[in-house]
Design a protein around this ligand. Sequence first.
Ligand code: SAM
Length: 381
Amino acid sequence: MTDKTPLNAIIANRIAEQGRLTFAAFMEACLYEPGLGYYTSPGRKVGAEGDFYTSISVHAAFGRVIAREIAQMWRCMDSPARFTLVECGAGNGRLACDIMDFLAQREQEMYAGLTLVLVEREPSLETAQREMLAQHDGRVAWLGPEEFYSGRFTFSGCLYSNELIDALPVHRVLMTADGLQEIYVTLRDGELAEEAGPPSTPAIAEYLQRLGIELHPGQQAEINLAAREWLATAARTLENGFILTIDYGFPAAELYAPHRTRGTLLCYHRHQVEENPYIRLGLQDITSHVDFTTLMRRGEAEGLQTVWFGEQYRFLLSAGIVEEIEEIERSAASQEEKLRLRLTLKKLIMPEGGMGDTFRVLIQSRGVEAPRLLCRRGIGG
Ligand SMILES: C[S@@+](CC[C@H](N)C(=O)[O-])C[C@H]1O[C@@H](n2cnc3c(N)ncnc32)[C@H](O)[C@@H]1O
């Protein structure tokens, strides 16, 4: 086959040595194998020249609206002299830059006491992040994931992420007449193939039991144990403040609904959606939709409050995207530029088929009494 990459041999050897892999171990290799994984190899991933768009690559207005809400969080915490922003999975630093630019221009008192900490699993991205954030030199710090997730780092402020959770490796399951089975990756005649077997860990069945979800016979689904872990660890770093998570996904009842017979696993390559994760290993992105119910419940178990959860378009509209675009429009040089901005707005907030519907925003807090966030005032409020 022409689409084989160096990862094929590595994964095949691993299966030969250790036996079949869980899908999570396979996905981990495809995305994060040092130097060869989708996120750990050179090349443009996001934007027109990459494989997919994220809201960040669509327009700076997205980051500016998030910055408006973050400034409101700071006010809800009584405008502390020091405030730490943490971004997990910062990619090339574009979102952080849009947020910092807004705060530097519009929230000078907050900006004066602001530190931004970037946590990114792929260390080589630091160069791009440094370039992107050059104007904010002195306010930005880098923390390796080991240090961040070690339990030694704590902060007061806001931790945010965009499309991080959907990039965490998932286990895949299949409901059969004999009960819940896990889908493993094995070799058959030298080619990667799937095989079902008993779950690799009791945590998988417990995950579904906790949610009261019973899959239907024949139904496949993803179980993101790493997301649950991530939220717990992130929650423990937060002394006081907020966790803001943006990603595509659903509440559990919708994510695991009977009509979703094949789960939500998808691959992206050069803006084409691909269902087969066993081709172009390391060259295509592999993702799955996020189970927001588990994030909320895990957060609550760690002492967080769920402040707001809803569609991205609701969040953006109530936090001020229209004002933001109007402001940018005023400085637009031509009618064409104004029209382009309108289309951008549509892409970010269109409920049907745009990024505004499947994308959700979850805000959790610790130690902030009934925060009056912008998103809570509702659309047009
Ligand atoms: C889909 S990309 C999103 C990048 C950026 N936030 C955006 O929206 O364009 C996910 C990023 O998260 C990083 N990542 C994955 N697991 C991580 C973890 N546990 N902690 C920090 N970063 C992580 C990946 O290396 C990758 O750069």
